[in-house]
Design a binder for this molecule. Structure first.
Ligand code: CP
Length: 364
């Protein structure tokens, strides 16, 4: 049994294989229509979603399987206080695979170590969203024919944008990727992502607050929504929400073969008039999301692997450390042991659930 919680769990070879499978599904859908006959997907969505939940469900149906699940925390026993661990054990009795979205960072990971079926992270707080990244990679691959030698701009909310963190992590494994990070000061990429992804992999990157100044030589522009639901201060959200609007006038500054991506939903950061521009690829990205989720479920349900079973013992208890991230699942599920692992550069301890840097107890 194998789960997918974050993109680094997939090797580059595995991602390449998923891309190939997704392309084959697109060209020969009839070959796949019974591949997951009698398999059941559970979609456990504790936070709103249109694309991710429906594309997972469409993906399983098109593979011949069936779907059970719920679309909000209110309609599950989580509203009565049931823990993520218990929910995962229960769903293992009913389904063969689960896709979980949760506002708490690390919730799908907690589910994966308690479930006896594969768990796919369908987005956890501001942490990561690996299947969106698979959709992004397939779109780039289909539009550009490659995943290397690209200049990629990320624009908008780079602080809370989990899709940005996951895609940067994926791109860091390909050759000659140059990154332009475009955001207001308040929504800059978190330091740990910058250090542990961009700097650790010696990636070429710049940070700026100007979209106009960055457009002219980008191959890919990844626009993002300023996410109201992640702000503690509503006034700050109002001040930042219209920081960037991509319109047809600004696009005159860009290359003719620019590929514009957006994980969606959009609010007003891409004007509707841009949709008619052949460079707008965000609705193709939605279709690619379904194809990659089909490829991923096929892989997780048909490959014989057991390498993520009982990862409960991962990490260590460190006497004077705790996780101070208010969005971490360990803050609401009191029975979870506070556990930490050393970062790749061995410089700091990170929470095993949400990846945030551990805090010393006297700093409380
Ligand atoms: N991109 C994405 O995750 O969209 P939903 O929130 O609609 O699932």
């Amino acid at each position: 049994m194998r789960s997918l919680i974050d993109i680094p769990e997939l090797s580059v070879e595995e991602i390449d294989q998923l891309l190939k499978t997704a392309c084959d599904i697109s060209e020969n859908p009839e070959k796949y229509q019974n591949k997951l006959k009698n398999k059941k997907l559970a979609t456990l969505f504790f936070e709103p979603s249109t694309r991710t939940r429906l594309s997972f469900e469409a993906a399983m149906l098109e593979l011949g399987g069936s779907v059970i699940g719920f679309s909000s925390a209110d309609s599950s026993s989580a509203s009565k206080g049931e823990s993520m661990a218990d929910t995962a054990k229960v769903i293992s009795c009913y389904a063969d695979i689960a896709a979980i979205r949760h506002p708490k960072e690390g919730a799908p990971y907690v589910a994966s170590i308690n479930a006896s079926i594969p768990v796919i992270n369908a987005g956890d707080g501001g942490h990561c969203h690996p299947t969106q990244t698979l959709a992004d990679l397939l779109t780039i691959y289909r539009e550009k024919g490659r995943l290397s030698n690209l200049k990629v701009g990320f624009c908008g909310d780079l602080k809370y944008g989990r899709t940005v963190h996951s895609l940067l992590s994926a791109l860091s494994r390909y050759e000659n990727i140059s990154i332009v990070l475009i955001s207001p000061e308040e929504l800059k990429l978190p330091g740990y992502v910058r250090r542990e992804v961009l700097e650790a992999k010696n990636m070429d990157f710049v940070q700026t607050d100007s979209l106009e100044d960055s457009l002219n030589d980008l191959d890919i522009l990844y626009m993002t929504r300023i996410q109201q639901e992640r702000f503690a201060d509503y006034e700050e959200y109002l001040r930042l929400k219209d920081s960037y609007v991509l319109d047809t006038k600004k696009l005159e500054l860009a290359k003719s073969d620019l590929c514009i991506l957006h994980p969606l939903p959009r609010v007003n950061e891409i004007s509707v008039a841009v949709d008619k521009d052949p460079r707008a690829c965000y609705f193709k990205q939605v279709m690619n999301g379904k194809l990659m989720r089909m490829a991923l479920m096929l892989k997780l349900l048909t490959e014989n692997r057991s390498d993520s079973a009982d990862t409960c013992c991962e990490g260590e208890t460190v006497e004077d450390l705790y996780c101070a991230n208010p969005r971490c699942i360990s803050t609401t599920e009191q029975e979870l042991p506070q556990k930490f692992k050393l970062s790749d550069d061995k410089a700091v301890y990170r929470c095993i659930y949400c990846d945030h840097k551990a805090t010393k107890k006297e700093e409380k």
